[in-house]
Design a protein around this ligand. Structure first.
Ligand code: IYR
Length: 219
């Protein structure tokens, strides 16, 4: 298989415009917070589709695009997911997580109750695809975690830019999602993202992000 190469279409912008756009985007992104208390208010599923389309532009190892995004809107399926997630999370919080982990989470106020899985109008379940079968051959994908992480980051940014709130939720283990959503065995759950508007009275812990000098080096 060979790709045809074509001239890259590129519209250069001025440094001033770069700075303006960069600042504007930073202002949007710095307001993103993980929300655990959602409003049940619905909105057009087209907004979610647009964000997933944006995520789908992410770079990936050998352009294999090793991801699947499943939108869950059905209250019946959301309930099934909540029940399965809470079962695993209860076990994790009460038995599987070491004390040091529980201590780190305590100030954030999380526990095994996951009402948001039923309340948020949409759940996006991100799956990673490690390989595909073609002509009875297994074809491995490359840098799958990196690729799906990049696409998921772009998904979160797109949703934030559209004024929608998200939570990056990782029930553990989460193979139940493969079963409930009837995905084939080569699709492994990667992240569960409730999406919606925050509840009127939603609260978030007053955390801060590291300052630039703490995360950046210039050599
Ligand atoms: N998956 C659990 C526990 C949890 C773990 C981390 I690391 C967090 O930053 C937050 C929660 C849960 O969703 O509650």
């Amino acid at each position: 298989m060979e790709y045809k190469f074509r001239k890259f279409q590129y519209n250069k912008i001025s440094e001033d415009e770069s700075l303006e756009k960069g600042k504007e985007f930073y202002e949007v992104m710095k307001k993103r917070r993980s929300i655990r208390n959602f409003s049940p208010e619905k909105f057009d599923i087209g907004l979610i589709e647009l964000a997933i389309k944006t995520a789908g532009t992410a770079p990936s190892g050998a352009n294999k695009q090793p991801w699947r995004f499943v939108i869950v809107e059905s209250p019946v399926v959301k309930k099934e997911i909540r029940i399965a997630a809470e079962k695993e999370e209860k076990e994790s919080y009460e038995r599987r997580m070491p004390q040091s982990w529980l201590d780190d989470l305590a100030p954030l106020g999380t526990d095994w109750h996951k009402e948001f899985l039923e309340i948020a109008p949409y759940l996006i379940v991100v799956f990673k695809i490690d390989f595909v079968k073609s002509d009875n051959e297994l074809k491995k994908h490359y840098y799958v975690n990196e690729s799906v992480g990049l696409a998921t980051g772009m998904l979160l940014a797109a949703l934030q830019n559209m004024g929608l709130s998200t939570l990056t939720h990782t029930p553990s283990p989460m193979n139940f999602l493969q079963k409930i959503l009837d995905r084939p065995s080569n699709e492994k759950p990667y992240l569960l993202i409730p999406v919606g508007y925050p509840a009127e009275d939603a609260e978030v812990p007053d955390i801060t992000k590291k300052q630039l000098p703490e995360i950046m080096l210039k050599i």
